[in-house]
Design a protein around this ligand. Structure first.
Ligand code: NDP
Ligand code: HSE
Length: 436
């Protein structure tokens, strides 16, 4: 047996502590499987004293991430600090020192993936990031390797565990939004800044990463459409259920046709999903990613999308792959850019079906005014109903399901509907997905 391969762990927080624990627990198993021994030689944290008090070996701890890069015995650096500037500096310094990087930092990859992989290509070292999307689900490896022979027609994913946990707890246990978020934070699912979980941006970062693997280029974050779950109301859940739908925060990534060169769409938003569709029954912290390839057809990947152990499982896979790459240099460095795709469809041109909910005055002629505007803009109503609702004075809810229309059509329609004197409160619009 050769000397152990040295690992530098940058971060011993929720995820880093899990990697440390699980690497120790399964070190012998990995040694048997890989024929290589893996050892954490240093761990960088901000507060060395606090982590030593928690029981981490003091001789491993440093408050300088540079110590990991400068240690010649460290060949693999695992970045789980979750920072922007410092994590980018660390990753670029590690690549320049020809160390293999493993990172869970989806925000950084989404914003700086292009720079990171340009550096990786320049220095010929891979960067692995299985934990960046879907927690313990091996979706990165699946897209990068198992589905390499497919044009990806679409990816629909529940890719934020915290928001799915919140939606589930609100619907099933009647918790308030803050109560459900507090539970997710206590369980270690949320981001260091949980606003990213609820405003849709964590899922958006992951969608950018999935899109980069599916379509071979890094989409600028400002080109994608992102909505979070903060504004969903109990009434939305109630009306959706009456119509036979669940509400999920979905990442939607698709080529507008199966012809290479076509535009692609990347968006994240709450979505009405038919209750009979498999994604509607993905609950709690679980994630699921449905990938449609032109050769394989439909596939579905399911598992825990956040939390210390599932995330560690993905990072252990990356560490193992990194250790093997040290012995056998590889051509695929983690991301293979290509020029078959390259343009994002503008949001206004994106087509969808919609759920629209209005609060309107309870008097004759109101529905005709609303329907008139939709008709003038060539927008078709597939169903309309006025659900029973708690007393809201003279106002009643009006719920419409809308046939496929463009975002631009809907934006124009809702502006005009909102201006009607009979309409109170801003209209609510949620996209509907039938996965056809
Ligand atoms: P935490 O905030 O719990 O941990 C961050 C760790 O990094 C801490 O140990 C902290 O030190 C250390 N750190 C921060 N800045 C520095 C610095 N400048 N120098 C040295 N050490 C530093 O974050 P998480 O573990 O929750 O998340 C880490 C990453 O994993 C993030 O990118 C997150 O997006 C990603 N991720 C998280 C998942 C989850 O389920 N939570 C799942 C998948 C990915 P100290 O100990 O002193 O505070
Ligand atoms: N905060 C993230 C989530 C962690 O809840 O999905 C996993 O990436």
């Amino acid at each position: 047996m050769q000397h152990p391969i040295g690992i530098g762990l940058a971060g011993l927080g929720n995820v880093g502590a899990g990697v440390f624990k699980n690497l120790q627990a399964n070190r012998a198993l990995l040694r048997e499987r890989l024929g290589l021994d893996l050892e954490v030689r240093k761990a960088a944290v901000r507060d060395v004293a606090r982590r030593a008090e928690e029981g981490f070996p003091p001789e491993l701890l440093t408050n300088r991430w540079q110590d990991l890069v400068e240690d010649p015995q460290i060949r693999i650096i695992v970045e789980v600090m979750g920072r922007k500037e410092e994590s980018l500096q660390l990753i670029l310094a590690a690549i320049a020192a020809k160390k293999i990087v493993v990172t869970a930092n989806k925000a950084l990859l989404a914003e700086h993936g292009r720079d990171i992989f340009e550096a990786a290509t320049l220095h010929g070292v891979p960067v692995f990031y299985e934990a960046a999307v879907g927690g313990g689900i091996p979706i990165i490896k699946a897209l990068r390797e198992a589905l390499i022979g497919n044009h990806i027609i679409s990816i629909h994913g529940i890719i934020n565990g915290t928001s799915n946990y919140i939606l589930t707890r609100m619907r099933e246990a009647g918790l308030s939004f803050p109560e459900a978020l507090a539970e997710a934070q206590a369980a270690g699912y949320a981001e260091p800044d949980p606003s990213f979980d609820v405003n849709g941006w964590d899922a958006a970062h992951k969608a950018i990463i999935l899109a980069s693997l599916a379509y071979g280029f890094w989409i600028p974050p400002e080109q994608i459409s992102v909505e979070g779950i903060e504004s969903l109301t109990a009434a939305d859940f109630r009306f959706a259920r009456q119509l036979g739908y669940a509400i999920k925060l979905l990442g939607v990534i698709k080529a507008t046709s199966s012809t290479p060169g076509s535009e692609i769409e990347v968006r994240v938003h709450p979505t009405l999903v038919p209750e009979k569709h498999v994604l509607a029954s993905v609950n709690g912290v679980f994630n699921a990613v449905a990938v449609h390839g032109n050769v394989v057809g439909e596939t579905l990947f399911y598992g825990r999308g956040a939390g210390q152990d599932p995330t560690s499982s993905a990072i252990l896979c990356d560490i193992a792959e990194a250790a093997e790459a040290l012995a056998n240099p590889r051509r695929n460095l983690g991301f293979m850019p290509h020029g078959l795709y390259g343009r994002c469809k503008p949001l206004d041109a994106v087509l969808s079906e919609y759920y629209v909910q209005l609060w309107v005055e309870d008097r004759p002629g109101v529905i005709a005014q609303v329907a008139g505007i939709l008709g003038e803009l060539q927008i078709g109503i597939s169903s309309i109903f006025q659900p029973e609702s708690p007393d809201e004075g003279a106002m009643v809810p009006l719920v419409m399901m809308i046939h496929t229309a463009s975002h631009a059509q809907m934006r124009a329609a809702l502006e005009r509907i909102n201006a009607l004197p009979c309409v109170h409160r801003l209209p609510r619009m949620i996209r509907v997905e039938h996965f056809s």
